[in-house]
Write a protein that binds this ligand. Structure first.
Ligand SMILES: [Zn+2]
Length: 503
């Protein structure tokens, strides 16, 4: 089936329709073992090597709850300002799928562990509060691999393989409340939310939150209603979006597509859709099941989960500094305005600057390097700032060499060239390329005498008191030394040489 990709231009779509977004984020927890058995949960083992009778769903096997997974989920709930259930149960979600060995998934249904919280996210310089509906715990499914087709999808494949290593890995699902009222910013808000959630999970150290490896996956719900109607439209759910940029693009595309459907007098179908990375479009998946299709019932093989209030309060007291609090602290320590701080975050430079300051650089210097020279080079190479092959410690060292006068700005940039080219540490490159500033008077004087002799006309002007003319000779000294001279000292020496009676 092909679908006419009729679209309404984005600005026009959001001028006439009001989007409502919602996000369901799945996070694989970084526990040592799986959710209900002792099989290792690490990524990257040989296919079907990290399995046992429980996670293969063999008859007679019984699950046991992983306490660390419960602890991690409660910590996530607390960090998201949720209420923690004092008693709740797991439920069976019944559906047939080849990569789910038991033919049901142990999940949570009407008794989630954490409910009703929020997460504040920054969009530019303003704050948007995203309501959190629930945080619940379930087990991940295995993975199918379709072999022989052109697209890697099941259609056209010769055969399929199933890897159950992922089956049973603890998976937390964080579900937002519907987010209305963001208008044209809806795609940016969606991205900002996933970014903030990822940073929060990283700070909690409960997951490696690698979107590329699928340890953080996002389903993005989008609906449209005519602006001012007060009604909510039918939503679509774009599944398994696996990068921050794609989250933004998926919402944007759905707004353009749904606006065209509604403009044409049509009806948006409630369905799951797939995001296509290459084209930035979404394509239809299956029509969305209702909860009743899953025939949920309480999991009879597991005892209820009843975390004591004492334990929950201990976990609350032991939460680490969370990203929003850390940002506020750093902003104060570095003396930055809201705008400067937003620029730092947007450039993906916050952690890099923090690490550079920790390595000894002044905050202003660290910020200048990362937002200036290094951002420019990342842009030129088309990569993220954090992917540049230079460490915060190396940037701090270059900054220190400038502060001590051993490098000037121009030489510092040449040293960075060397670091980025993999030639070694800043000190090794200074030595190997001979880049240190020449501030030794004897060495400088030899050059000063040479340039004076080469330009007697200017020398005469300076002798006559026109010291402003010294600039030309300083330029000549810089040229002669390949930019390595200390320009201020060179100027002093030129004037001393030519006005012996003077100052
Ligand atoms: Zn197992």
């Amino acid at each position: 089936m092909t679908e006419a990709a009729a679209l309404v231009p984005y600005d026009e779509a959001v001028s006439r329709y009001e989007p409502v977004i919602g996000l369901e984020t799945h996070v694989e927890l970084g526990t040592r073992t799986k959710m209900f058995c002792g099989s290792p949960a690490a990524f990257g083992a040989e296919p079907n090597a990290s399995v046992c009778p429980v996670c293969l769903g063999l008859p007679g096997s019984l699950p046991v709850i992983n306490k660390t997974a419960i602890e991690y989920t409660i910590r996530i709930g607390l960090a998201l300002n949720c209420s923690i259930a004092s008693w709740c149960r797991f439920a069976r979600k019944n559906y047939f799928y080849p990569d789910m060995p038991k033919d049901f998934q142990i999940s949570q249904y009407d008794e989630p562990l954490c409910t009703d919280g929020w997460l504040d996210v920054m969009v530019g310089e303003s704050q948007v509060r995203i309501g959190i509906e629930r945080v619940h715990l379930e087990e991940d499914t295995g993975k199918s691999l379709h072999v022989g087709g052109a697209t890697g999808r099941i259609h056209g494949a010769d055969y399929s393989l199933v890897d159950y290593n992922r089956a049973g890995i603890p998976l937390v699902e964080v579900v937002t409340k519907p987010v209305p009222g963001t208008g044209a910013l809806a795609p940016v808000v969606a991205r900002a939310y996933v970014t903030e959630l990822r940073d929060l999970l990283r700070a909690l150290d409960v997951s490696d939150v690698r979107m590329e490896e699928g340890s953080l996956r996002c389903d993005v719900n989008t609906s449209l209603a005519p602006r001012g109607s007060g009604a909510w439209g039918t939503r679509t759910e774009t599944k398994n979006v696996n990068s921050l940029r794609s989250v933004e693009r998926a919402v944007r595309f759905e707004i353009e597509r749904q606006a065209a459907v509604l403009d044409g007098g049509g009806r948006v179908i409630q369905e799951t859709r797939h995001f296509q990375e290459d084209s930035g479009t979404t394509t239809p998946g299956r029509s969305k099941e209702e909860a009743q299709d899953y025939r949920y019932f309480p999991e009879p093989d597991l005892v209820p989960v009843a975390p004591s209030r004492e334990w929950v309060e201990q976990l609350r007291a032991a939460l680490p500094e969370l990203p929003a609090a850390r940002r506020a602290r750093l902003q104060g320590e570095w003396g930055l305005s809201d705008r400067d701080m937003a620029a730092l975050r947007n450039a993906g430079a916050l952690d890099l600057v923090a690490a550079t300051v920790s390595a000894g650089a002044q905050p202003a210097e660290a910020r200048n390097w990362w937002l200036g020279e290094l951002s420019r080079r990342a842009n030129e190479s088309g990569i993220e700032l954090a992917a540049l092959p230079v460490t915060p410690a190396q940037v701090a060292r270059v900054s220190a060499l400038v502060a001590s006068g051993e490098l000037n700005d121009k030489l510092a940039r040449l040293v960075l060239d060397g670091v980025l080219a993999g030639e070694g540490s800043p000190d090794e490159i200074v030595a190997a390329r001979g880049l240190a500033v020449v501030s030794d008077d004897a060495e400088l004087l030899a050059v000063v005498d040479k340039v004076i002799a080469a330009d007697p006309a200017i020398a005469d002007k300076i002798r006559a008191g026109k010291t402003a003319a010294a600039g030309a000779l300083v330029g000549a000294v810089m040229k002669e030394t390949g930019g390595r001279a200390d320009a201020a000292r060179a100027r002093e020496l030129i004037i001393e040489r030519l006005t012996p009676a003077g100052s």
